[in-house]
Design a protein around this ligand. Structure first.
Ligand SMILES: [Zn+2]
Length: 369
């Protein structure tokens, strides 16, 4: 059977369910830590597993440049290469080409670009992106698309979205169906409701195992992001998983689950962990701040990760002050563990029919008045 999603409970628009993949089942809502170059930075795969994370993301753009998809395939695929035996979702490379690559040239067929590492020339088309993701062994493959820059005029957003829809059809044709694997379409259209609806109609006419909402978390702000979800999510097929790409803060995730999103990925917990920023059940903390120097309390008393169980805020502050590498390691560990706690708490609340009460309590704790 192909990759699919089953619902366990619906509470309002919030959904709890299970994603069934070739590498196991994933309870949703799920947060996927980002393993850009085949590693969740500063974490061993065992450490990532111990946070409760069940599924990770890999980046086509980074892995096609180094060590190349063909080399990873020769070495047994990304799961083996990275010691990650759960499901992996790979992005299509389109977003990173736009945000990282040097000189790039977009045409109707694909995009030619220079590597940000050594300036070498590469090309991605829908067919090549799908082939790379197949070589990596992705459980969830993403359609190759153009992430519409923000802000964009309605004409620019329409043109970009329609190009992505043509590429979605080509991605579907290029995808090789295997049991437990699936291809997700990506809804584009910037913050324009009519374009989002047109994009959903185009994708559902093609048919995908899941639907992602792309082109958000690119500077539009939380209010515009939620407004776009309000007009987009209700149009998506109820029996398919929904993935909000690149989102977000804990408050973004709570608000998106409320609007019917099942899957998330974001660099925030890992990148913040490396720069001394902690996300906790009582909001954000900067561990570089001198006020933590004498604080013997744990980072988050309600967290059982090694940073919180074994160490004080004072010790974490000391590590960052001395630029010891254990600081980023422990804080990354905590932030990923905390994100897993958030999605796990939301899932339990949906199963209990208490989503709104629990979500409101979490939101109030994150943003104390
Ligand atoms: Zn912790």
């Amino acid at each position: 059977m192909t990759l699919h999603w089953t619902a366990a409970a619906i509470d309002g628009a919030a959904r709890a369910g299970t994603l069934h993949t070739a590498h196991g089942e994933v309870p949703t809502p799920v947060f996927m830590p980002v393993g850009t170059a085949g590693t969740i930075k500063a974490m061993t795969a065992d450490a990532v597993r111990s946070t409760g994370a069940r599924m990770i993301l890999g980046n086509t753009y980074h892995l096609m440049l180094r060590p190349t998809a063909e080399r990873i395939a020769r070495l047994g695929g990304l799961h083996k290469f990275a010691d990650w035996h759960g499901p992996i979702l790979t992005d299509s490379g389109g977003f990173q080409v736009m945000s990282l690559a040097g000189l790039r040239k977009l045409d109707a067929d694909g995009v030619t670009f220079q590597s940000h590492i050594d300036g070498s020339k590469h090309r991605l088309t829908p067919e090549r992106s799908i082939e790379i993701q197949h070589l990596l062994g992705a459980d969830v493959t993403m359609c190759f698309d153009e992430c519409t820059p923000f802000p964009a005029t309605e004409e620019q957003a329409a043109e970009s979205m329609r190009l992505s829809m043509r590429w979605a059809a080509r991605s579907r044709d290029a995808f090789v169906a295997r049991p437990g694997h699936g291809l997700f379409g990506i809804v584009q259209g910037s913050t324009f409701a009519e374009l989002r609806a047109e994009s959903v109609a185009a994708l559902t006419a093609i048919g995908f195992e899941g639907y992602a909402i792309g082109g958000l978390a690119v500077g539009e702000g939380q209010e515009a992001m939620f407004a776009t979800l309000d007009v987009t999510t209700p149009l998506l097929p109820a029996d398919r998983p929904r993935y909000l790409m690149g989102v977000g803060t804990p408050a973004d995730i709570i608000g998106a689950v409320r609007r019917g999103i099942d899957m998330f990925d974001c660099v925030i917990p890992t990148r913040s962990g490396r720069t001394a920023r902690a996300y906790t059940s009582a909001g954000q903390l900067n561990l570089r701040n001198a006020r933590h120097a004498d604080d013997g309390a744990p980072l988050d008393a309600s967290c059982a990760c090694p940073a919180c169980r074994n160490h004080s805020r004072a010790y974490l502050h000391h590590l960052f002050k001395c630029e010891e590498m254990l600081g980023p390691m422990l804080l990354t560990w905590h932030n990923i563990a905390y994100y897993q706690q958030v999605t796990g708490t939301l899932r339990a609340a949906i199963l209990d029919g208490r989503f709104e009460a629990v979500a409101t309590r979490l939101e109030a704790a994150l943003d104390p008045a």
